[in-house]
Design a binder for this molecule. Structure first.
Ligand code: CP3
Length: 352
């Protein structure tokens, strides 16, 4: 595909444990609703149309790169493109979020899903967006790809709408453990192909979002998340090896799962992304020293006055240190954030 050579390798170097000149930084949900230029474009298009139009996805991906000294771009897309590819209808409704008009009600509904799917064909628009964006970036910063993890996707598919307890999806784990595993298994197969496709298209690092891990406890997490998280990483790496494609760093973000941080740091991923509910000191103590940590500023810290935000950020990055560390928030940036505060955060990371 003849992409231009990468000029800023900080994130990749940090992920693989190499030295960096400055601490690398990117922000979860950096290409989103807090940017006026995104909202302007969004007023003209439906959300999934934006995801499915490579030219638009590329334009949105580059929005934060034009504004800030970020060390990576993340492809504009959504974790819910997978259930969509499996035939589920999804609508983004103002005030209600992502709504599935026909969620999975009982295990019999699994058979209504399209499976297996031709990932290359159904999600080709994501691969095209990645390739176009790599070319457009001209090697300025690496381009990250991502996928939702099986449990998080299952939660959306069963709940159908935002819920504070996830009791519908969790009830499946208690009522239908075998059928739940069947669903998680078939999701995993698609996720593996989807991640490999993104890497083949040009993604230079991959983050797996297990955002809804926080609703489980350790024994449930081990059965319904960790085993799939491990398998996805090892299967992706095995396929890359077989096809003689160089490995890219793999990042696991299991929000709220520090009850399993040790296990996560031994699950084969190069980077473990953590939320703000654990201190840098504690995280460093628990995480395997051969693994890079990403995180973990409270997204709400960005509401602090600039001087305080600068101090909080400097304190965080100096505690993590320059080795095996990627600065980020502990979860996605909030939609009402002032972009100026993002700049304060990024500059504070780089000033160290
Ligand atoms: O990080 C980036 O900038 C890349 C793009 C990206 C989006 N969603 C774009 C988006 C990424 C990485 C995601 C991941 C995602 N999507 C997750 C996991 C991470 C997390 O934050 O927890 C989840 C759970 C989703 C599902 C999702 N997408 C929901 C529930 C919603 C509606 C509520 C919300 O958060 O806005 C979305 C919509 C969405 N995805 C928007 C964007 C920019 C907002 C679109 C709009 O309102 O115009």
């Amino acid at each position: 595909m003849n992409f231009e050579p990468l000029q800023n390798t900080r994130i990749i170097d940090a992920a693989f444990g190499k030295d960096v000149d400055k601490i690398p930084v990117w922000i979860m949900r950096q290409a989103g609703r807090y940017l006026p230029e995104f909202r302007e474009l969004r007023s003209k298009y439906d959300f999934f149309t934006m995801c499915q139009t490579p030219k638009l996805a590329c334009e949105i991906t580059l929005m934060p790169i034009k504004r800030f000294e970020l060390d990576a771009a993340i492809i504009f897309s959504d974790i819910l493109v997978i259930p969509k590819a499996m035939g589920m209808q999804i609508e983004l409704i103002p005030g209600r979020g992502m709504v599935f008009p026909s969620p999975l009600k009982t295990p019999a509904d699994i058979d209504k899903l399209k499976y297996p799917i031709n990932v290359k064909e159904k999600l080709n628009y994501v691969f095209e967006a990645i390739t176009l964006t790599r070319h457009t970036l001209k090697g300025k910063v690496p381009l990250l790809g991502f996928s939702g993890a099986p449990w998080t996707l299952m939660c959306f598919m069963v709940e159908g709408e935002s819920s504070s307890t996830k009791s519908k999806a969790k009830s499946w784990l208690y009522k239908y453990p075998e059928e739940s595993k069947r669903l998680l298994d078939l999701m995993s197969d698609i996720i593996v192909e989807y991640i490999v496709g993104q890497i083949e298209a040009g993604a230079q690092m991959i983050q797996l979002f297990e955002t809804l891990a926080e609703y489980l406890n350790k024994p449930m997490f081990e059965v319904y998340c960790l085993s799939y998280i491990r398998k996805i990483n090892s299967s992706v790496k095995a396929i890359l090896k077989e096809r003689q494609i160089p490995e890219v760093p793999m990042v696991i973000f299991a929000k709220g799962a520090h009850y399993a941080l040790k296990e996560l740091s031994e699950s084969g991923y190069d980077v473990v992304s953590i939320d703000w509910t654990i201190t840098p000191e504690e995280a460093r103590k628990i995480v395997n020293p051969n693994v890079t940590i990403q995180g973990n500023l409270d997204p709400c810290a960005l509401y602090a006055p600039a001087e305080n935000l600068k101090k909080i950020t400097e304190n965080m990055v100096s505690t993590f240190g320059k080795k095996r560390y990627i600065a980020n928030l502990g979860h996605g940036i909030y939609p009402d954030m002032d972009p100026e505060n993002v700049k304060v955060f990024i500059d504070a990371v780089h000033s160290l």
